[in-house]
Write a protein that binds this ligand. Structure first.
Ligand code: SAH
Ligand code: SF4
Length: 362
């Protein structure tokens, strides 16, 4: 076995920056993926946790250069789900034994939006109780707003840093989008007791393996509980994606790099939750299964009503636009069984990293 892989599996954070780069540059990935998968099994067993994701709305105040629902894209039909619709989809997920839920949307900072989320959280808590996990992914907000949402019942938050390298971050965003503010939001979320998740886009134009190694070290520096990262996928209606064609060779390279990032992140951090994100499936029909076999332990199937899915295309080639939520549930169940794993139905699936540090907290 490659001595670096052995060294990494011994204990967490046991690689230098150069060693992380060297694992990320491996061409032959079999040993890397299987060691990361074994480590995942050591921490959570042969099980996968599920989070149903509700795409609540595509109205966004920001203008990220890579994203299909950026404010500046006029070709998107904008929508926002009603409170009743969100609660109905959440209840369906709860009744279908999804142990947890993610509420995601474009970024909106307004009292109206804050209250809308608060009311939804309180209504979900009424039927879900404490045993139902609720994650928010609603972008950058003030500490006060994060606190109000935490008090209303959210206990996890996902906010990708997109790239932990400020110079690269600056190339992906307009000048008024601040890397420092985003990183500070993550620190605030941790302080408020959220199980905190972040991640990056992988295979961005101009991104080096050195940058990606820096991202993995950033996850450690921020003491994150959950990692949600995925390959960058071009969208033709965006400044970054215009003219970038997703050829077979490009897709294969993006998938391989995405899987390597999952494996090396698992080998470096050991006990966090890592998602096999939908972007992997956009590149390969079995992309998410490959993600699990490379060390991921969380899946996030879409539970939004089918009629809205076409309007929430952060990137092109997004899979499952026409499948309804019941079909997605079934399909994923079989896919997971087919790789010899089982789904943790009805379990919140808290990150072992968080449980280790908060033995008695929710
Ligand atoms: N507005 C919120 C949540 C929705 S966007 C936020 O930005 O935090 C969720 C994630 O989609 C982003 O964090 C980004 O990493 C990802 N995303 C957007 N456009 C993408 C693209 N073209 N390829 C891959 N991922 C993309
Ligand atoms: Fe808005 Fe999030 Fe897309 Fe940026 S990535 S444009 S914040 S939805």
């Amino acid at each position: 076995m490659n001595p670096l892989i052995e060294k990494a599996a011994l204990k967490p954070y046991n690689l230098t920056h150069g060693e992380i780069v060297s694992l990320l540059s491996l061409e032959d990935t079999d040993e890397l993926f299987s060691a990361a998968y074994q480590l995942k099994c050591r921490y959570v067993g042969k099980t996968v946790s599920m989070r149903g994701i509700i795409e609540m709305g595509n109205v966004c105040a920001k203008n990220c250069y890579y994203c299909g629902i950026r404010r500046g894209n006029p070709n998107v039909k904008r929508y926002q789900l009603s409170e009743d619709d969100v609660v109905r989809m959440a209840r369906w997920s709860f009744e279908q034994d999804y142990g947890s839920l993610v509420l995601q949307s474009g970024e909106l900072e307004s009292e109206r939006n804050t209250e809308y989320i608060e009311r939804i959280l309180k209504r979900i808590r009424e039927f879900g109780g404490d045993a139902f996990g609720i994650t928010l992914s609603l972008g950058e907000q003030t500490e006060e707003v994060y606190r109000r949402w935490r008090e209303a019942g959210a206990h996890r938050y996902l906010l990708r840093i997109e790239s932990s390298v400020p110079e690269l971050y600056a190339k992906l965003h307009p000048a008024d989008h601040s890397f420092e503010r985003r990183a500070e939001c993550l620190r605030v979320l941790k302080r408020l007791g959220y199980q905190t998740g972040s991640g990056v886009m992988i295979g961005l134009p101009g991104q080096t393996l050195d940058d990606l190694a820096h991202d993995i070290e950033f996850y450690h520096a921020l003491d994150l509980d959950m990692i949600g990262m995925g390959p960058y996928l071009p969208h033709a209606d965006t400044p970054m994606g215009r003219g970038l064609e997703l050829t077979d060779a490009y897709a294969a390279a993006q998938l391989k790099l995405g899987l390597k990032m999952i494996a090396v992140t698992r080998l470096y951090l050991h006990d966090v939750n890592i998602a096999a994100t939908t972007a992997l499936q956009a590149l390969d029909d079995r992309g998410r299964e490959q993600g699990i076999l490379s060390g991921a332990n969380v899946l996030m199937p879409n539970v939004t009503d089918t009629e809205y899915r076409r309007n929430y295309q952060l990137y092109e080639n997004k899979p499952c636009l026409d499948e309804n939520s019941a079909k997605c549930r079934n399909c994923l169940n079989w896919r997971v069984l087919a790789i010899g794993e089982t789904i943790n139905w009805g379990q919140r699936g808290d990150p072992p990293h968080y449980n280790a540090k908060n033995p008695r907290k929710a």
